[in-house]
Design a protein around this ligand. Structure first.
Ligand code: FAD
Length: 396
């Protein structure tokens, strides 16, 4: 069996961004993805900070700018749809240095996938089940019985990483649940789409909530957030769609219409809101990237950005080592040394914003409302923006 240079497990944002950069640096890469094909739209994301700087350095930014949506404001609404507070997106953009893109996760992945280059071999429908580090390489096995020998393996397989489980142990040890479950889906509804305009609309509600955003044509992206079971936050419900419809039916405004479009099965994204913390990202020539290494969660609003930045840093360290001018394990250590501080800072910011994001009591809700109104005063808009999108870190 001939060894491939790098096997990347997972064709999400992190895995695709890494494969693109390694391929461009002349390193052959095999990307193994569990899903049977490209995932659909997903959810709307703010993209700024280190990932945006990495995208600029690697020529990705103009491609992303072409698929970005124009958001004018984040508007909070009560159960009748009346605005209770608003954050101006221009202020948010200024607060992060004028560099903020609103991207659908599916669009970001599509751009990366179409720009992979000839040295990247992307295989869908392959679930990695086993990863065994050896002295000078790694063996990867997948559910269909395929075995590959590689010079290095990167687990870019998300919060519930199989590579991490194989090399570091069960996920319960590394997942830090933040008390919420989330779900996201897209659907077509011309009347509802027209009511959204180009605002990102969030319900101004206690304990659970929804966010809606209009996409191209009559398409709408919806996301909901609600408390995880206290005694067992990591276990997901058997009937995710049923749970979403039941928990959020009292949110009022257009939410019942959005819930009527909530799909069953794989078209519904449903997961725990959690961070990933583990003492070391690499073992031998196996390392982790993106959410698999250090998920910051949607509360931090920078997971995709860190996935792209991490891919850039990792490719920059790994490609020369694989091309023969350095030690692979040392390259992986340098990658972690550079990325870990920015990841940890984002995780801390995410945890701090939990109550702001979804107020647990009416008092906290009113406090957020007042703060948002005060922050609209001249001079406070940058503060408001930071509350909304966080602080943009530099590229490590
Ligand atoms: C509702 C919501 C809103 C968000 N908003 C923002 C935002 O505004 N800004 C931002 O920057 N981030 C945001 N995020 C976070 C961001 O989406 C993630 O941090 C990012 O997608 C992580 O990318 P990843 O490639 O590391 O992991 P993933 O996107 O999870 O990709 C992992 C891939 O690995 C595959 N895989 C899993 N297991 C295996 C296996 N065993 N074998 C092969 N393949 C496998 C999966 O199918 C998947 O394709 C948000 C997240 C959510 C849920």
């Amino acid at each position: 069996m001939r060894a491939v240079a790098v096997v990347v497990c997972g064709a999400g944002i992190a895995g695709l961004a890494l494969a693109r950069e390694l391929g461009r640096a002349g390193i052959p890469v095999k990307v193994l993805e569990r899903a049977s094909g490209p995932r659909s739209a997903g959810y709307m994301m703010d993209f700024f900070g280190p990932g945006q700087l990495a995208a600029e350095e690697t020529g990705l930014l103009p491609l992303l700018a072409q698929v970005a949506y124009s958001v004018t404001a984040v508007t909070y609404v009560d159960r009748r749809g009346h605005p209770t507070a608003e954050i101006d997106y221009a202020a948010a953009t200024r607060a992060v240095g004028g560099r903020l893109l609103s991207l659908l996760r599916g669009d970001l992945e599509r751009v990366l996938r179409h720009d992979l280059g000839p040295l990247v071999d992307l295989r869908f429908g392959v679930t990695v089940t086993e990863v065994v580090p050896r002295g000078d390489g790694v063996t990867v096995a997948s559910a269909d019985g395929t075995r590959l020998d590689a010079l290095a393996v990167v687990g870019a397989d998300g919060v519930h990483s199989a590579v991490r489980a194989a090399v570091h142990g069960p996920e319960q040890t590394f997942l830090r649940p933040l008390g919420l479950h989330t779900a996201a889906w897209t659907f077509r509804d011309a009347a509802l789409r027209a009511r959204l305009g180009d605002r990102f609309v969030m319900t101004d509600t206690v304990g659970h909530g929804a966010g809606l955003y209009g996409l191209a044509g009559d398409e709408v992206a919806a996301a909901v957030f609600h408390p995880a079971p206290r005694d067992d936050p990591l276990t997901l419900p058997d009937d995710a769609a049923g749970t979403v419809r039941a928990v959020h039916r009292d949110l009022g405004w257009v939410v019942p219409d959005a819930l009527a479009h909530c799909p069953d099965g794989a078209d519904l994204y449903y997961d725990v809101v959690a961070q990933v913390e583990l003492p070391r990202w690499s073992r031998g020539r196996v390392t982790l990237l993106g959410d698999a290494a250090g998920a910051v969660s949607l509360l931090a609003g920078q997971g995709a950005s860190l996935a792209v930045a991490g891919a850039h840093v990792l490719a920059g360290e790994l490609a020369p080592a694989l091309a023969g001018s350095g030690d692979v394990e040392e390259a992986l250590r340098r990658y972690e040394h550079r990325m870990r501080p920015v990841t940890t800072a984002c995780q801390e910011a995410g945890r701090r914003s939990a109550d702001w994001f979804l107020p647990p009591t009416r008092t906290r809700l009113l406090a957020r409302r007042l703060a948002l109104r005060a922050l609209r005063l001249p001079g406070f808009d940058r503060l408001a923006a930071r509350r909304l999108v966080g602080t943009a870190g530099a590229l490590p």
